[in-house]
Design a protein around this ligand. Structure first.
Ligand code: CS2
Ligand code: MG
Length: 411
């Protein structure tokens, strides 16, 4: 069996999805997602200019060797661009493997360890009342877990009028905005205002919804280790499911101090792209959840390796699932989630607009806050090239964060 051709498409409804399609001489094809949010053309170029020419005539069944070929063969290894490109190829090869076998990918990984995988929704409020309404909305739809983000009173808005955590009801687009209208927007951050206010938000959520709701919160890399440690200690009584990205993710040892100071569960890793970015913190057992994704961390082959390491150290999965992931990588993650003995939870934002469903027809199902993986052969998601013609690339940026005096801060 041979790979005959591979093509890259960019675009989607409100997104620059980077979709790879690998064709074979037996008519079977596979699809992969290389969407590196706000740097999408780079993964497309990496695939088109460097990887695809080497793929032609390779046997698609040798997914491990192909992974090693592109990882070791680059010499300058790792980094989000290379790993997202390799990841897309890897997803497509697992898709092909499943289609050859006539089995869903989770069967090739070791079968199902659970029927449905718990997902969490994003609940964001301009203020606490708004947030409580949004949580109630998700609860009524059957969600057992929500990530809660709230506008902080008196947080300066900055010149572009963006305040931390501020978004319309049930809509997270403003806080984690990808903006397509010019240069990056700027927002202002003030750790003190955040730290003074946020514990009262958790208190109100617990008072309102009781002990069973799983509460997650994302600090988005914005605290110093000492502040994060003190914050974690202060909010222990609200029994969070996790505190995400308390400090910038570059520094693994910052987690040691937080871990030794508080029992708050720590989740990190959405910006990691290799096992080497998280090996130490996993082995030291400084974290509770690993947030890598198949897109940014080299596909199923590499993420499986991270999951296996994590399992040895009581670390559970909590894969990244922001809207920048196309339904292809969400499907690939669903197969790992169905299998992984150390599955924790999956981030899930409703992608299901009619346009998105038409572009990526899929047989996966999300119901009552659970993701039910498809039994179709391969990844269980397709890509409609005719639909893709409706979309084109548009440059977008994440916001820039500054302190009030102008100092540049972590987004
Ligand atoms: C966030 C992301 O989902 C999350 O946990 O941290 O939305 C993040 O802001 C984006 O993925 C950046 O592209
Ligand atoms: Mg996050």
């Amino acid at each position: 069996m041979k790979i005959t051709n591979a093509e890259v498409f960019i675009g989607g409804p409100g997104k620059n999805y980077v979709t790879l399609k690998i064709m074979t001489d037996q008519g079977i094809y596979g699809v992969g997602d290389a969407t590196l949010n706000t740097r999408e053309t780079l993964t497309a170029a990496y695939l088109k200019d460097y990887l695809i020419p080497c793929l032609i005539n390779k046997d698609p069944r040798n997914s491990e060797d192909i992974w090693q070929y592109f990882y070791k063969g680059a010499y300058f290894r790792r980094g989000p661009v290379a790993m997202a490109a390799i990841g897309a190829i890897d997803m497509a090869l697992w898709d092909i493997k499943g289609k050859i076998a006539g089995l869903p990918v989770y069967q090739l990984l070791g079968g199902k360890s659970r029927d449905g995988a718990m997902v969490y929704a994003h609940a964001t409020g301009t203020d606490v009342e708004d947030l409580l309404d949004t949580i109630a909305h998700y609860q009524s739809k059957g969600y057992k877990a929500v990530r809660v983000q709230c506008g902080i009173p008196n947080m300066p808005e900055g010149k572009d009028n963006i305040g931390y955590g501020v978004a319309g009801k049930g809509d997270d687009s403003k806080h984690f905005i990808t903006d397509f209208t010019g240069l990056p927007k700027e927002e202002i951050w003030d750790s003190e205002k955040y730290l003074q206010y946020m514990p009262s938000v958790f208190e109100k959520i617990r008072d309102h919804f009781g002990a069973d709701l799983k509460i997650l919160h994302d600090v988005h890399h914005r605290l110093h280790p000492r502040d994060a440690a003190a914050f974690g200690r202060e909010i222990e009584k609200y029994n969070l499911y996790w505190l995400e990205d308390p400090t910038p993710a570059d520094d693994q040892t910052a987690l040691k101090f937080i871990r030794e100071s508080t029992t708050v569960p720590i989740a990190i890793g959405e910006v990691f792209n290799s096992i080497w970015d998280c090996k130490h913190m996993i082995e030291q057992e400084w974290i509770d959840f690993i947030r890598v994704s198949v897109t940014y961390a080299g596909g199923i082959t590499h993420v499986r390796r991270i999951v296996e390491l994590a399992a040895l150290h009581h670390v559970r999965t909590g894969f990244h699932g922001a809207p920048s992931h196309s339904p292809i990588s969400m499907a690939a993650q669903a197969h790992i989630n169905a299998w992984a003995p150390n599955f924790g939870i999956q981030e899930y934002l409703v992608l299901g607009t009619e346009e998105c469903d038409a572009l990526f027809p899929s047989s996966h199902e999300v119901k009552d806050g659970m993701f039910y993986v498809s039994n179709a052969a391969g990844l269980g998601v397709d890509f409609d090239e005719k639909e893709a013609k409706r979309y084109s690339y548009e440059r977008g940026y994440h916001p820039i964060v500054r302190l009030e005096d102008g100092t540049l801060w972590d987004y």
